[in-house]
Design a protein around this ligand. Structure first.
Ligand SMILES: C[S@@+](CC[C@H](N)C(=O)[O-])C[C@H]1O[C@@H](n2cnc3c(N)ncnc32)[C@H](O)[C@@H]1O
Length: 283
């Protein structure tokens, strides 16, 4: 999570104590459920419901504080939601939310999306949500992105046939980068929106979706499904997200919302374009 969120931690927040208090909602060794999440986590839906297993399993990868997973789980009690985050503070907050919701069909997992194939078996996941994944705008950090060809190739191995990856972001550069990654990993787009809140108003919102929309962001969304696997998946796209921003002054000046984490980049590009334009005007 970015520092802004850390800064809002309550003074008396003791991570270990929180993790312990909400341990019922946390699965510390996810690899042991590989291949049997739907049965192993089954707690029943209520009298008369068919017993034994969840209808399907979905992963909220980079779940943050868990608002999306909990609301989605409330709406679909026969689906198991695995809410995973690499950041222990997020795990603690998400687990608190799950415990307070009383919902049996969400489990919080501390873990990285880099190890997804160790946690799920082939065909085990019906859907993977990437809600506002950390953009890691610099080229040198691009390997950390969850929205990338490399991760889409991993997701192929754990998605059921016809299973989808659902991606949302406020970041036009990350979105346009993802559009280059989808064909490289042999996926096809089944839904695309540049204003998902207007187009799909009934979908549950994540914390970032709520917060950044309130700041003026449009939510960009994609749903993609794997097609035939590429023979040789090779990264050919520009990796720096700055390259996906407009470079000319007029377009830069038109940007009314700078993507979260890229405000400084947009300002720098604008300054540079201004300098270039006044230099050429002075010639
Ligand atoms: C920008 S936040 C979005 C949180 C939430 N999905 C939302 O929309 O409010 C990105 C989250 O991804 C998590 N994250 C980043 N890299 C990760 C990784 N490799 N594996 C799992 N989670 C990761 C971060 O800890 C952070 O909580």
């Amino acid at each position: 999570m970015p520092h802004a969120l850390h800064a809002r931690l309550p003074k008396n927040f003791v991570l270990e104590e929180r993790l312990e208090r909400y341990a019922d909602a946390i699965e510390l060794t996810p690899e042991r459920w590989r291949g049997r999440w739907a049965e192993a986590c089954w707690r029943g839906i209520g009298a008369g419901a068919e017993a034994g297993r969840y209808r399907e399993v979905r992963l909220d990868l980079g779940c943050g504080k868990g608002a999306f997973a909990v609301e989605a789980a409330r709406r679909e009690p026969d689906v198991l939601f695995v809410a995973m985050d690499a950041e222990p503070i997020c795990v603690a907050y998400a687990a608190q939310r799950v415990c307070e919701s009383g919902l049996p069909n969400v489990v919080v997992v501390p873990g990285t999306g880099m190890r997804i194939r160790e946690f799920f078996s082939p065909g085990e996941l019906a859907r993977i949500y990437l809600n506002f994944p950390t953009p890691f705008p610099r080229k040198r950090d691009a390997h950390l992105r969850m929205a990338s060809m490399e991760r889409l190739m991993d997701f192929r191995d754990v998605l059921v046939t016809g299973g989808e990856v659902s991606f949302k972001t406020d970041s036009q550069p990350l979105f346009d980068f993802m559009l280059t990654q989808v064909p490289l990993a042999g996926y096809r787009i089944v839904r695309e929106s540049r204003d998902a809140r207007a187009d799909f108003p009934d979908e549950p919102a994540s914390e970032y979706e709520e917060r950044l929309s309130a700041q003026g962001a449009k939510v960009l969304s994609l749903a993609v499904v794997p097609g035939p696997a590429p023979e040789h998946a090779e990264q050919t796209a520009e990796l720096s997200l700055a390259a996906y921003l407009p470079q000319d002054l007029a377009s830069l000046e038109e940007i009314s919302y700078a993507p979260h984490g890229m405000q400084a980049t947009v300002a720098n590009l604008r300054n540079r374009a201004e300098r270039l334009s006044s230099r050429s005007a002075g010639r």
